[in-house]
Design a protein. Structure first.
Length: 237
């Protein structure tokens, strides 16, 4: 007896229902675990972008501040349902959301970083005690997905967070850089390497820049950053 493929999907969806990671709507099948409505209405980063902040040119509010990375790209803006999704991923034990968001990251990587050739992937670490509390590092999960899809190897544990910092989300834009200064260390020489650095979200860019600085100090030739979402600082006035 042959089972219609659509019927099979419908039965599977009833037995093992999935929900959209952004709105919670039940969905049948989606690599990104996103319903059709959200797929069409998410706040995508489109068109020409500023590679310093990752935002569209008309949303860019960059200053002369030095960033210790060459480029940063992200598929989405950190607002509305995207903000809620990432918050649940980080603080609501929704570990699987990281894999779904990484699918969007893979798409934007293919669009924005096609001319880059990376030697390996690194990811922003959590401090050891924070990792034990959460039980996972969402940036590592994202890096695993990107590595699997691209074949670029991961250097696990390359970057280490050597002391606990206050949450960046609780800091003013002025204090974020100082909050993470000296918080990271790179554990081996990476001379001449082109590095893809993964993190879940870029707010001020201070965390990425601090990690990038340490990679450059250990000899990296090029550091490009890939995140799931970026903040529009222009919206904050």
């Amino acid at each position: 007896m042959k089972i219609n493929q659509n019927s099979f999907k419908a039965v599977r969806a009833l037995l093992f229902p999935k929900k959209c990671i952004f709105c919670g709507e039940l969905i049948f099948e989606s690599d990104k675990n996103t319903c059709q409505k959200c797929t069409e209405t998410l706040p995508y980063v489109k068109g020409k972008i500023c590679y310093k902040c990752g935002c569209e040119k008309h949303d860019c509010s960059c200053t002369s501040t030095i960033c210790y990375y060459d480029k940063v790209v992200a598929p989405l803006y950190y607002e509305n349902s995207v903000r809620d999704c990432i918050h649940k991923m980080k603080f609501g034990s929704r570990e699987k959301y990281a894999s779904s968001l990484a699918e969007y990251m893979y798409d934007v990587m293919n669009e924005r970083l096609t001319n880059e050739k990376f030697d390996f992937i690194a990811y922003v670490p959590l401090y050891e005690s924070d990792y034990k509390i959460r039980g996972y590092n969402q940036s590592r999960i994202m890096a695993d997905v990107i590595s699997e899809k691209t074949g670029i190897p991961i250097k696990a544990g390359l970057i280490k967070k050597i002391y606990r910092t206050d949450k960046q989300s609780r800091q003013s834009s002025v204090r974020r850089s100082g909050n993470v200064m000296g918080a990271f260390d790179v554990k081996e020489d990476v001379s001449g390497a082109s590095v893809l650095l993964i993190d879940d979200i870029k707010t001020s860019g201070s965390t990425l820049s601090e990690c990038g600085k340490m990679l450059y100090l250990m000899g990296a030739e090029n550091v490009c950053c890939l995140c799931s979402a970026v903040v529009k600082h222009k919206d904050k006035g």
